[in-house]
Design a protein around this ligand. Structure first.
Ligand SMILES: C[C@](O)(CO)[C@H](O)COP(=O)(O)OP(=O)(O)OC[C@H]1O[C@@H](n2ccc(N)nc2=O)[C@H](O)[C@@H]1O
Ligand SMILES: Nc1ncnc2c1ncn2[C@@H]1O[C@H](COP(=O)(O)OP(=O)(O)OP(=O)(O)O)[C@@H](O)[C@H]1O
Length: 290
């Protein structure tokens, strides 16, 4: 096999709780992860010439070792002493620095693709163990579907698939650094923690309304005061009949879950005409595992 084309899918967090800060600055979390049908397209080609070349449609993304696709390719190519080179073409659609694991999913996809085209025969578990060195969300992006994530996000338990629904994604025209948000989280001041076990119960019993109504994300307490437009977008979704609307990850993207496509389209139109978001997508839940 000389080349491969793959989709790198985005995630949302249906619940995100932070349990404690660790000595190394990372945080222990308890989150419900969900893959959605919004993706970057990645093409990987083997080349005779050694080295890793990265091309992307977004001029402001790095094409050197600072791109997570480069890091992922290098990690496996160094370990296995691969002498050929690769060309990676990355077409981004997932909003960047948005809380949707765009970079992590790209890295996961490249680990998966390099393993395939060079016949390295690594298992998904092997890839996950390597992936966490690139980012806490990478192991989950390898797994996909509905999952409970603990530890720093790498301890994964597969859950029953989240019931299907429409997912409205709206990212305001600001970028938020994940590091900034975790650093500014003061756990002692957190007003309310989401009930992650309750969300799991609802998902396991196929109760979409219950799951959507129980969603919560402690990181909102850092990101929303810094960027109040996030609350404006949540309000617009809720006014238009969302079963639940919440910030994904460290933000600033907001997603809303809808069982009625007409209401989702109405929310879309209102957010667009009020110019609350720079990127808006109407998409759906994705439940296939790798
Ligand atoms: C916010 C989430 O996206 C929710 O899924 C993740 O927790 C973040 O995952 P990620 O972006 O893959 O995280 P990394 O790239 O490993 O780390 C970025 C920064 O976030 C902070 N970080 C990340 C994960 C975690 N469990 N605790 C942390 O404190 C660290 O300061 C780190 O410097
Ligand atoms: N392939 C990539 N795609 C997007 N960003 C990348 C990539 N490689 C490196 N980066 C850098 O990483 C930063 C954050 O990227 P990303 O889009 O993954 O954040 P995120 O959506 O907040 O991720 P998470 O939900 O995991 O916190 C960007 O500012 C960008 O410069």
């Amino acid at each position: 096999m000389n080349q491969i084309r793959l989709k790198a899918l985005a995630k949302i967090n249906l619940g995100l709780d932070v349990i404690r800060r660790r000595e190394d600055g990372y945080h222990e979390v308890k989150m419900i992860m969900q893959t959605i049908n919004l993706y970057d397209q990645i093409e990987i080609k083997k080349t005779r010439e050694a080295g890793i070349k990265v091309k992307t449609n977004l001029f402001y993304l790095p094409c050197n070792e600072n791109n997570l696709v480069y890091k992922a390719a290098k990690l496996l190519m160094d370990e296995f002493g691969i002498r050929d080179g690769v060309e990676i073409d990355l077409k981004k659609r997932i909003p960047v620095a948005a809380g949707m694991a765009g970079g992590s999913s790209d890295a996961a996809t490249v680990l998966f693709g390099i393993n395939k085209i060079f016949g390295l025969k690594l298992s998904l578990k092997d890839l996950m163990e390597r992936g966490v060195r690139i980012g806490a969300d990478v192991p989950y992006c390898l797994m996909r579907g509905t999952a409970l994530a603990e530890g720093i996000g790498e301890k994964l338990t597969a859950l029953k698939p989240m019931p299907k629904c429409h997912v409205l994604i709206a990212k305001p025209g600001i970028s938020v650094s994940t590091k900034f948000v975790y650093e500014n989280l003061h756990l002692e001041d957190v007003k309310s923690h989401p009930d992650i076990d309750r969300i799991i119960e609802c998902i396991e019993s196929g109760d979409l309304k219950g799951a959507a109504g129980s969603m919560g994300n402690v990181l909102e307490e850092v990101t929303i005061p810094a960027y109040p437009v996030i609350q404006d977008i949540k309000d617009a979704m809720n006014r238009n009949g969302a079963l639940g609307a919440m910030m994904s990850g460290s933000g600033p993207t907001v997603f809303g879950l809808f069982d009625d496509i007409k209401l989702a389209k109405k929310a879309y139109a209102e957010i667009k005409s009020a110019k609350l978001a720079k990127q808006i997508y109407l998409t759906s839940i994705y439940n296939n595992r790798r």
